[in-house]
Design a protein. Structure first.
Length: 227
């Protein structure tokens, strides 16, 4: 499901978007905002898959707001002014909805977002795409050594010794990783199988790194390393 926020200074417009999102099984509207300042603050803390953004918000230009975002989240612009359409597509908007628009037109725009993510997913089958540090990271699976769980976050350890910390559960992250390359060895660890040099007792050795094997995961790990 695609997560989104809606930004519009007209309460009626937000109610319509809430209704449309509720009807559409592809969309989860997690928050609505009537001003850009609060929306920007939210986006710095919580990633979304796309924006529903009005262009004129209390004398502020939503187009300029979007251009200045560090993380270029896909956007569907909504506005009552048709003269902004060209500008909308110049900043690579997924779609441009001219008010008043009906549910069918809204659904068509959402499908464009969904198709965009599907195409990116097909192109990136050898990569992990994950949001962290206010941007979308594209990480080659082969560059990942191991992943450590930290409460609601994970720390991805890479071969160049960099570490990427992202807000996602271990379970959700494991679902994004190919099962022939990665195995969960412990409630706090996922390892890339090709990085394992040896196994001793309940420990995996990745060069100088030692990763524990939890009792819950021992049988699964045994299938990979035949010990």
């Amino acid at each position: 499901m695609l997560k989104t926020i809606a930004v519009d200074d007209e309460p009626l417009a937000l109610l319509i978007l809430e209704n449309y999102c509720h009807k559409n099984a592809e969309v989860e509207l997690v928050k609505t905002f009537t001003n850009l300042k609060d929306a920007a603050k939210y986006l710095r803390q919580f990633p979304v898959d796309f924006l529903l953004l009005d262009i004129q918000i209390s004398r502020t230009n939503g187009m300029e707001f979007y251009k200045n975002l560090e993380d270029k989240i896909p956007v569907i612009f909504t506005t009552a002014f048709s003269e902004y359409a060209v500008d909308g597509f110049n900043v690579s908007a997924v779609d441009y909805l001219l008010k008043p628009f009906d549910y069918e037109r809204f659904s068509e725009a959402v499908q464009k977002v969904k198709k965009m993510y599907q195409e990116v997913g097909n192109e990136e089958q050898s990569f992990l795409s994950i949001r962290a540090d206010y941007k979308l990271h594209k990480i080659a699976f082969q560059d990942i050594i191991y992943i450590e769980g930290l409460d609601d976050y994970v720390k991805i350890n890479l071969i160049d010794q960099t570490k990427i910390v992202a807000k996602i559960s271990m379970k959700s992250l494991l679902e994004k990783l190919p099962s022939h390359l990665f195995v969960r060895t412990h409630r706090s660890y996922i390892v890339q199988i090709n990085r394992v040099n040896s196994v001793q007792n309940k420990t995996l050795f990745l060069d100088e790194i030692e990763i524990p094997i939890g009792d819950t995961y021992k049988n699964q790990v045994m299938q990979y390393f035949k010990f």
